[in-house]
Design a protein around this ligand. Structure first.
Ligand code: GCU
Length: 332
């Protein structure tokens, strides 16, 4: 439940009474947009969102600003997507998996092993027409996506059980994002999926409500590693983080302001790649020091268990098939 002061922090703040709806570039009054996300301030994605904010201000000569609200203080991912859709909040950074509950075209990002490597993933995200179509396709639904951040690979981790094969997943309650494809994925991989918001995972691990979860190494550095000590590189997903903007806020900006923000988003996507890698390397060292074990396995059994979902996905409709083929065409 959002407090009144937080809600008050949500709406776009025109710095002039006459702001907004400028027809031509350059004539709009300065505008300040609010962006929410659920990571702490020492997280690499927060670093890159601050870069987005800084570059937006620079590119627009102070005519557009982005104020970043971290730590889930404006809500969990589902909540902030609702707020952005309704135009109550201007911007958010959420996982592409969370968007699947709002637009089924986002399902492809959660399809296990749709990306075969980090290189394949980056190539698709940077070059695919399908990605741009999905990003722009929700405009009439209240929001568009203007950029993405590398959120690494996602793998299985448990409190103490070392998972090496799908058989080891039997009976394990594994938290997943609130994404139908991620739920189906854990079932296919042999476990019992338990969807819940990110903010609930730490306590659920601690209280034994779940046996484990699946995420990048950063989630363990965000506290989960205090409880979960066995991390297995199943590398079943590479789910991008996505920056969404409410259509209401975007349409009020001048073309110059839109360009300033879009250029800043593109530049911060690029610089984030190194920011991410450096942060993850540091996290792994830190987590090993806390007694977290990282296991590398032969992933074949997991790939075999999960890939029947590809056929199910492409058989569903023509659009799915088109997106899937587009993603595969970026394999070098
Ligand atoms: C990643 C992602 C977050 C998301 C989280 C989750 O950490 O970057 O945006 O909330 O996964 O599993 O819910």
């Amino acid at each position: 439940i959002l407090s009144i002061s937080l809600l008050a922090a949500c709406g776009a703040n025109s710095e002039s009474e006459n702001a907004g709806n400028a027809e031509s570039g350059g004539s709009a009054e300065a505008v300040s947009l609010r962006l929410a996300h659920n990571q702490p301030e020492d997280h690499p994605v927060h670093t890159s969102l601050m870069e987005l904010s800084k570059l937006t201000e620079e590119n627009s000569d102070g005519n557009a600003k982005i104020e970043v609200f971290p730590n889930g203080q404006l809500g969990q991912e589902r909540d902030v997507i609702e707020l952005v859709k309704s135009g109550t909040l201007d911007m958010a950074k959420v996982s592409a998996s969370a968007l699947e509950a709002f637009d089924s075209n986002y399902a492809i990002f959660s399809l296990p092993y749709v990306f075969q490597s980090k290189e394949h993933y980056h190539h698709v995200m940077d070059n695919s027409e399908a990605v741009q179509e999905i990003f722009q396709g929700t405009k009439d639904d209240g929001y568009v996506a203007i950029g993405w951040y590398d959120a690494g690979q996602r793998s299985i981790y448990t409190v103490d059980k070392k998972v090496e094969t799908p058989a080891d997943m039997k009976g394990l309650k594994i938290r997943v994002q609130e994404s139908p494809t991620s739920i189906a994925m854990i079932e296919a991989m042999g476990g019992s999926p338990t969807p819940m918001s990110y903010g609930e995972v730490y306590t659920s691990l601690q209280q034994g409500v779940i046996d484990g979860a699946e995420n990048n190494e950063g989630a363990l550095a965000n506290g989960h590693g205090e409880v979960a000590k066995a991390y297995t590189y199943t590398e079943h997903q590479y789910v991008p983080d996505v920056v969404i903007v409410s259509t209401a806020a975007w349409d009020k900006l001048s073309e110059d302001q839109q360009k300033a923000i879009q250029d800043a988003a593109n530049a911060s996507t690029e610089s984030h790649k190194d920011v991410w890698t450096t942060a993850i390397d540091g996290y792994i060292k830190e987590l090993e020091g806390m007694g977290v074990n990282f296991y590398t396995i032969d992933k074949k059994a997991f790939i075999d268990a999960a890939t029947p979902l590809h056929e199910k996905y492409t058989a569903e409709n023509e659009t799915n098939k088109k997106y899937f083929d587009d993603f595969q065409s970026h394999l070098k």
